[in-house]
Ligand binder design. Structure first.
Ligand SMILES: O=C(O)CCC(=O)C(=O)O
Length: 319
């Protein structure tokens, strides 16, 4: 199981060797079939190596899926009412920073098999970057194809970020299953550049499903883990009445800045309610020689300004 463990090897050079081994692209079996849902870790890792994504079977129970769907929809409506919803150029309903918004989200994303796969991609000490809900609704347009790590602006031949996409509904082409380009994580810089010509996260101007991509279809309850170099994008809704919800748990390497700053975004009482393992994934742990506080020679900040208007669970009517 993945741990945010301190290594004794950080200064003796074994760590550099370990990082290099993790970072180098693995040799892949030619013509490996596209991923199908499984819980076999070796198969899942081989799918990640060959295709840039894998499908973890039976990651969320039907009962939890019902609770998650209902809770997400109420939270989205409540945030929209107070003007805190994320703007979406493609019409998707999105809610950010879900760990603030109900305990069920911890249970959903903290799973040993997912941690193991994220550690396989990003190494130990990985951080939660953002946990959000993404619901494609009738009328949602396709997103432009993109790589998640493109935002860092640094071409890297290894994964900088990774995503665990919990499918709360069955993913079908009709309801807007995520579009993927299998194997694109091993593309050359020239191939990657060609994808970005005229495209972008906001869409390709017409909102149609992009050529060259396939829908990552799978039963409800599956978790699609994919790495930051995989070319992908949200699919277009072709349905008049069906929605598609995913809880996306997005991670980064421990030396990158997460999308959401947990120290500013999580009120103290909620942070204190988290397990030490979860707090470590939110940055309450050192990694190698980084991430501590009051390190020798480091002045303590003179002023700490911590917001108090974070959005919480707006579906909880018990208080
Ligand atoms: O919702 C999806 O299928 C993909 C979303 C995505 O890639 C994004 O928001 O960047």
């Amino acid at each position: 199981m993945a741990t945010n463990r301190p290594l004794t090897s950080e200064l003796d050079g074994t760590y550099r060797q370990e990082l290099w081994t993790r970072s180098a692209d693995k040799a892949v079996v030619a013509d490996r079939p596209l991923p199908t849902p499984t819980r076999d870790l070796i198969e899942l890792q081989a799918d990640l190596d060959a295709h840039g994504y894998c499908l973890v079977a039976d990651a969320i129970s039907p009962t939890d899926r019902t609770v998650l769907r209902e809770k997400f929809e109420r939270q989205w409506e409540a945030e929209a009412r107070i003007g805190r919803g994320l703007p979406s150029p493609t019409g998707v309903h999105a809610v950010c920073n879900l760990l603030n918004k109900g305990e069920i989200y911890q249970k959903t994303v903290l799973q040993p098999v997912v941690d193991d796969l994220i550690e396989y991609l990003l190494g130990d000490g990985f951080l939660i970057s953002n946990i959000c809900g993404l619901q494609i609704v009738p009328g949602s347009k396709a997103q432009g194809l993109h790589m998640d790590q493109f935002l860092f602006g640094v071409p890297a031949t290894f994964a900088l970020v990774a995503n665990a996409f919990f499918m709360i509904d069955e993913f079908t082409e009709e309801n807007g299953a995520t579009r993927v380009v299998p194997g694109s994580h091993r593309w050359s810089p020239e191939q990657v550049a060609s994808v970005y010509e005229g495209l972008g996260v906001a869409g390709n101007g017409v909102g149609e499903n992009p050529a060259g991509s396939i829908p990552a279809t799978a039963p409800a309850g599956t978790c699609m883990v994919f790495e930051g170099r995989l070319v992908h994008g949200a699919g277009k809704s072709l349905s008049a009445d069906r929605t598609r919800l995913a809880v996306s748990s997005y991670y980064c390497r421990p030396w990158l800045r997460p999308f959401v700053n947990a120290f500013l975004s999580t009120p103290d009482d909620i942070m204190e309610s988290f397990s030490p393992a979860l707090r470590a994934q939110l940055g309450y742990a050192t990694w190698r020689l980084s991430g501590g506080y009051e390190a020798p020679g480091m002045p303590v900040s003179a002023e700490v300004v911590r917001p108090t208007d974070q959005v919480r669970d707006l579906t909880d009517t018990s208080s």
